[in-house]
Design a protein around this ligand. Structure first.
Ligand code: ADP
Length: 278
């Protein structure tokens, strides 16, 4: 790193869940400069969510288990931070947005106001910030709905609006588009991109490689709890090893493979990255 230290710095992180024989993170290191977006990609079970939890400080705060190595956010060791500091410093969007709903509010509006109230933000300012977030997250029509009566995709928007509003400098966002249709996916990514443009640092788990290619400053490929490839989108997507990792293949290539597996022969379908370029 140069003179400016990274907003998120993970060093030699090894983590084993309680009772597990093998670590799920095996010496993970990464550095995310302030104001940039780092996409964490890789197959299911690679350890992406565990890494997100570690960055947020859920490991070792919420889980027991064996942990070595360090996570620094804004220069501070998260293992030494208390929950209040972590909540103020790091916004987190869970993979399952239902997890994120407080369970104690009756409307989307109140749900968004809840976090600000906890921070002691005065009611007038809270109202203004909630109103703005509702519009920006495309939730204005849902403001009076009960959070539990929303679809998964709508809850994902609420979860994202909640971090939009809290203004933490670092965001960890675990697969925000898993339950969204293509249109909502675009909208949600516009929101993530806007938060980055506003100077926030983003660590994002995302499977849709087109979105990663469009928005990431840095791509970290996790597999079996290890960083197997990392660099700019240019470096990662043109690395010959990318073709060997099915999950990293551009969507068109994966679609062609899926069609072929089902015996559907689409003439000219690109079965390799090379065929795409040809
Ligand atoms: P990813 O997000 O890449 O799919 P995860 O971090 O969710 O990967 O999981 C990595 C590995 O850790 C998996 O093998 C999973 O079964 C295991 N794991 C996840 N959460 C727990 C837990 N709470 N206790 C024990 N093992 C877990």
């Amino acid at each position: 790193m140069g003179a400016v230290s990274a907003a998120v710095e993970v060093t030699d992180l090894v983590y084993t869940y309680p009772g597990a024989d093998e670590p799920v993170l095996r010496g993970v290191s990464l550095a995310v400069p302030a104001g940039t977006l780092c996409a964490v990609v890789g197959p299911n079970g690679a350890g992406k969510t565990t890494l997100c939890h570690a960055i947020r400080g859920f490991v070792p705060h919420f889980y027991k288990g064996e942990l070595s190595g360090t996570v620094r956010v804004g220069g501070q060791d998260v293992a030494a931070a208390d929950e209040d500091e972590l909540a103020r410093g790091i916004g987190y969007v869970f993979q399952n947005p239902f997890t994120q709903m407080s369970g104690i509010t009756d409307t989307v509006f109140d749900e968004l106001a809840f976090g600000l109230g906890n921070l002691g933000v005065p009611p007038t300012e809270t109202r203004e910030r909630v109103e703005e977030a509702l519009v920006r997250a495309g939730l204005a029509d849902l403001r009076d709905r009960h959070p539990f009566q929303l679809s998964g995709g709508q809850q994902q928007r609420v979860a994202l609006a909640a971090v939009l509003i809290m203004e933490q400098p670092v965001l960890v966002i675990d697969e925000p588009t898993s339950q969204l249709d293509p249109r909502s996916t675009e909208d949600v990514f516009a929101l993530v991109a806007a938060m980055k443009e506003a100077g926030r640092t983003v660590v994002l788990v995302e499977h849709k490689m087109s979105l990663v290619a469009e928005h990431a400053d840095q791509v970290v490929v996790l597999d079996g709890g290890e960083v197997v490839l990392a660099g700019t989108p240019q470096e990662v997507f043109t690395d010959p090893r990318t073709a060997a990792h099915g999950t990293l293949l551009p969507e068109a290539v994966r679609l062609a493979g899926a069609l072929r597996e089902r015996g559907i022969d689409v003439p000219g379908a690109p079965l390799t990255v090379g065929a795409l370029a040809a």
